[in-house]
Design a binder for this molecule. Structure first.
Ligand code: PLP
Length: 393
């Protein structure tokens, strides 16, 4: 059965043109880009082109692009570099809804003598800029805030937050893994010092990422080794994946308009139909400042895992909580930070779309979901009690 794939915040399909561009670099042009011979040199030329393509998507210069292995490595590198270059500063500012790629690093650092401020969010997943301002101190070595949340799609006011950091001379990093390719980003106009992105969220393969490092920002490499990436990240370049990411970046730029019209339209159709046909449902997170492809919906009194399993029978792919926390029955840290009540948080499903979805798929899902929820609620003691109290059963 062909999957009805609505889990694009977990990972995306490699675009056909991206796959086609990378394949020759496995078996035909397999030289090492650092080699002296021209066989390797021609690969270096393509790596250079990919660097330009990624830079263009971000409004950056090619020298500001460091290829890494993934978003997680980029996030780790950013924090590590800031702390190494500012050994006198012991404070980190972040938020309660960051991805584990940042949270786990901060949790570890908190055991190593660093003070970590995790800013709260409100019930809609929004950050309070006044509270943020108050958290910044002369001891703050780095601020790391995500541009868009992977579970709810809620977008933080990153431009404003970066400006406030710059006014105080504090390094600012953003985890833009979910934002890049979905919303316009122009680093020429935004005083962000470091930014992380991940190829597999924008139709490039898994295992390739980027750390953007603003020119002039002091840096300390995380991965020590060869002189690759101007000595900023050791390790032979993953040339097929780098070339793929370049093409994916160009494609993302081309598709940005479609993301914000067609994909957003599909998302809204899915969301509105679910809300109007299934009782006791609610969208988690602010609906205005949100990624165009994401909706996180709570189905009260139902287990998210139950919904996923029943949707799986129809090959419908979605997610409950973030991909990295699925498998755990705890409501996600993001929904808990938003104070979503237990009976709602447990039944939350994230649908995340892409340009490869279509209206037929949306209708397929919205037709199958009501009976799935009805069946699961029929088995839920909470639902029966609540329905009885409301005089429905
Ligand atoms: N940051 C965010 C917001 C993410 O959603 C993810 C992946 O889900 C990551 C970081 C980690 O990226 P990667 O899987 O490339 O390590």
């Amino acid at each position: 059965m062909k999957p009805v794939y609505m889990d694009n915040n977990a990972t995306t399909r490699v675009a056909p043109e991206v796959l086609e561009a990378m394949l020759p670099y496995f078996h035909e042009f397999y030289g090492n880009p650092s080699s002296m011979h021209s066989f390797g040199g021609q690969v270096m030329k393509q790596v250079r082109k990919a660097r330009e393509q990624v830079a263009a998507l971000l409004g950056a210069s090619p020298e500001e692009i460091i290829f890494t292995s993934c978003g997680t490595e980029s996030d780790n590198t950013a924090i590590h570099s800031a702390l190494s270059r500012h050994p006198d500063k012991k404070h980190i500012v972040t938020s309660r809804v960051e991805h584990p790629a940042i949270r786990a690093v901060c949790a570890h650092l908190a055991t190593q003598g660093y003070r970590v401020t995790e800013l709260p969010v409100d019930a809609e997943g929004r950050l309070d800029l006044e509270q943020y301002k108050r958290a910044l101190t002369p001891d703050t070595a780095i601020i790391s805030l995500m541009w868009a949340n992977n579970e709810t799609g809620v977008i933080f006011p990153i431009e404003k937050a970066a400006e406030m950091a710059r006014e105080r001379n504090i390094l600012f990093h953003t985890d833009a893994v979910q934002a890049v390719g979905k919303i316009p980003i122009d680093l020429a106009k935004t005083p962000i010092d470091m930014l992380s992105l991940s190829g597999h969220k924008l139709h490039a393969p898994k295992g390739i990422g980027v750390l953007y490092l603003r020119k002039g920002t002091k840096f300390s490499p995380f991965m020590l080794g060869g002189h690759q990436e101007r000595g900023r990240r050791g390790g032979t370049e993953a040339t097929p994946s780098i070339i793929a990411l370049g093409v994916a970046a160009e494609l993302a730029q081309k598709n940005m308009e479609i993301e914000n019209t067609f994909v957003k339209g599909l998302r809204d159709r899915l969301e509105n139909t679910i809300l109007s046909t299934i009782p006791n449902t609610k969208v988690n997170g602010e609906r205005v400042n949100r990624l165009p492809n994401t909706t996180n919906i709570s189905f009260e009194f139902v287990e998210g895992e139950g919904i996923l399993l029943m949707m799986d029978e129809y090959a419908i792919c979605a997610s409950s909580g973030s991909a990295c926390t699925s498998g755990s029955l705890q409501p996600s840290h993001v929904l808990r930070a938003m104070g979503i009540p237990f009976t709602m948080a447990h039944g939350s499903i994230r649908f995340s779309l892409s340009v490869y979805n279509n209206e037929e798929e949306i209708d397929f899902v919205t037709e199958r979901l009501p009976p799935i929820i009805e069946t699961l609620r029929g088995m839920s003691p909470y639902w029966k009690t609540s329905a009885r109290l409301c005089g429905e059963a």
